[in-house]
Design a binder for this molecule. Structure first.
Ligand SMILES: O=c1ccn([C@@H]2O[C@H](COP(=O)(O)O)[C@@H](O)[C@H]2O)c(=O)[nH]1
Length: 259
């Protein structure tokens, strides 16, 4: 298994409302309803290595994401935080487990599992809840959770995946990270970072996610080899890409990276 690559597939790259936003008729939302380049389901990635699989986040678009891939089951599941756009698909996954009699592991830090228990008490039992406080081995990677600032929405978690001297981080929902958080994001081959708007004008205390300008500053500081932005709102038009520094690109559903 030593040289087996891990596939990282984006199942969704949208912000909490997805694109199109139901209430909105802006150019990007209208395009998303037609040709669909900008159609973005709620953010989630699917990792695969050999026969093992790990879904990272299971939002309300999970069912459609599985159908779009013709996929009938997922392996285990890892959750970044217990906000609806990241866990809204868990009840449907639990129903699937009931009917197929499979019981995947659901990994998350204890405080995240506690909220999931409160929101969806019937899910435990169908999925095996496993606390990941200090880290664990998954798909041949050492996975370390670290708590990240989520602004007005509290805290989320990001995950650092390490295999020898190869490392990457998935951090879909964060803002204004401090030094302690950034220490987990050093010497990366790959950074997947959530950014909702290009330039968010709302007052800082009302915000919860990096905008692209701020995210570019963070990336310049961390200097990963490669960066992909995800968790993008209807402010971002994939048909009219913003100018971004070399090495930073915008992800789309179906994009597959290999590490
Ligand atoms: O306690 C909470 C607060 C918010 N939510 C949901 O989370 C997202 C917020 O999205 P951002 O990524 O911060 O933009 C939104 O869907 C809220 O409804 C929650 O579930 N629990």
């Amino acid at each position: 298994m030593h040289n087996v690559k891990t596939s990282i597939r984006f199942l969704g790259t949208g912000d909490s409302m997805g694109v199109p936003r139901v209430y909105c008729s802006c150019g990007v939302c209208s395009e998303a309803r037609t040709t669909g380049h900008n159609r973005r389901l709620r953010s989630s990635i699917l990792l695969r290595r050999g026969s093992e699989e790990l879904l990272v986040d299971c939002g309300p678009d999970w069912r459609g994401q599985m159908e779009a891939r013709g996929q009938r089951m997922v392996g285990n599941v890892l959750i970044t935080h217990a906000h609806f756009d990241h866990i809204g698909g868990l009840p449907e996954l639990a129903d699937l487990c009931r009917w197929t009699d499979v019981q995947p592991d659901l990994y998350a830090p204890q405080e995240v599992l506690a909220i999931i228990r409160r929101q969806f008490p019937w899910v435990e039992g169908r999925l095996r809840f496993v606390e990941v406080e200090s880290g664990m081995e998954m798909l041949g990677w050492s996975v370390t959770p670290f708590r990240v600032n989520h602004g007005k929405n509290g805290y989320s978690y990001a995950y650092r995946f390490q295999q020898g001297d190869i490392a990457w981080v998935y951090c879909p929902d964060s803002i204004a990270l401090g030094e302690a958080e950034k220490r987990h994001m050093q010497e990366l081959q790959l950074l997947i970072l959530g950014t909702s708007f290009y330039k968010e004008e709302a007052e800082f205390h009302t915000r919860s996610v990096y905008d692209m300008e701020e995210a570019c500053e963070l990336v310049a500081e961390l200097a990963p080899e490669e960066t992909w932005f995800t968790h993008m709102s209807h402010d971002i038009d994939l048909n009219n890409l913003p100018e971004l520094p070399e090495g930073i690109r915008l992800a789309w559903s179906g994009l597959e990276l290999f590490l």
